[in-house]
Design a protein. Structure first.
Length: 336
């Protein structure tokens, strides 16, 4: 395995703890190495950074297994990743546990990045109730929302996750429009910024169907699938238009994401910034993942950036080259 390489010398010095909190690249490893070999100070600094105020990095992760390839393992993910949405399901070390799949090794690695590296884990689902007779048999809308909402909360708490990520692409389902607002209001009593337990996040991700404004007070982040799809080049104006549709939400709640599953070779599609710039400081062409990381709406700083199937960037050289460069671009290292 390759050796750990740090951006700033003396990371493990207590004097640089503040610097580690200021930027992920103070604590990010350029290349993947075997787990369980870093010092406790490294992990302490890493968790301190995650707990600090900063624009976050987000990834939908799938395909994980106990394979020898770190590209499909939790331990191979970038250390500075803030939120990992479990697109591949919830691994468990208990056979037959509801809403999970049994794989103790994958479960152990997931817990390691959560507890030691400070990565937040979210349960992701399409919040639809079509075919759920145990929900639709309830006589009132309030009862349907409560029993369904309770089932989502149980999944989060029974699996010690850090929140849920509801994919608002549910046209024609009963849990849509006004009923979705009521679901968010119900969940928001317990988790999210207004909940009894704000440490548990409530995320809503979406594509062409924008969530209703009534959800805003209860949601931690709105995640826009700002994928390069149906066009060949991306730009800041397009991202601004995406935010303008939900400008009733604070910009710091807004996350933009690229489909790296289809664009891992370059880290996205060619990107043009608001001033017409198309290049990075080193003269290389700017692509959309890093462009999203660099971009902010005119209303203020965004919440962060992210990727769908971002783990395919592991195939880059070095692994996660584009994702790490984007993290650095969003939260530049402070070097005295």
């Amino acid at each position: 395995m390759m050796k750990l390489k740090l951006k700033i010398a003396g990371l493990f010095s207590v004097a640089l703890l503040a610097g580690a909190m200021a930027s992920c690249t103070d604590i990010e490893n350029e290349e993947i190495q075997k787990p369980y070999t870093y010092s406790e100070q490294y992990y302490e600094n890493l968790r301190a950074y995650k707990a600090s105020e900063h624009q976050i990095s987000f990834m939908w992760f799938a395909d994980y297994s106990s394979s020898h390839s770190m590209g499909i393992r939790f331990l191979g993910l970038p250390d500075s990743l803030d939120i990992c949405s479990l697109w591949g399901g919830i691994p468990s070390d208990i056979e037959g546990k509801p809403n999970t799949f049994y794989n103790p090794q994958v479960h152990e690695e997931m817990r390691f990045i959560q507890k030691v590296k400070g990565v937040k884990l979210t349960y992701v689902t399409f919040p639809g109730v079509s075919g759920l007779d145990w929900v639709m048999s309830k006589p009132t809308a309030e009862e349907r929302i409560q029993v369904y909402g309770d089932s989502l909360l149980r999944i989060v708490y029974n699996n010690d996750l850090d929140g849920m990520d509801l994919d608002y692409e549910i046209h024609g389902d009963w849990m849509h429009g006004t009923n979705f607002v009521k679901l968010i209001e119900y969940l928001g009593q317990y988790i999210g910024p207004k909940g009894k337990d704000p440490s548990k996040m409530l995320l809503v991700d979406f594509y062409s169907d924008y969530p209703p404004a009534g959800t805003e007070p209860y949601v931690t982040y709105f995640v826009r699938q700002a994928y390069t799809q149906g066009f060949t080049e991306h730009n800041a104006s397009r991202l601004q238009s995406y935010y303008n549709y939900i400008n009733w939400a604070a910009p710091e709640k807004f996350i933009v994401t690229e489909n790296i599953g289809d664009h891992w070779q370059n880290g996205g599609s060619p990107f043009t910034e608001v001033d017409g710039n198309r290049y990075k400081d080193n003269g290389e062409r700017l692509y959309s993942l890093e462009g999203m990381a660099r971009w902010n709406p005119v209303q203020g700083k965004k919440g962060g950036f992210g990727a769908f199937y971002g783990h395919r960037d592991y195939n880059s050289n070095p692994p996660y080259k584009h994702f790490r460069n984007a993290i650095q671009a969003q939260n530049p290292a402070v070097i005295d």
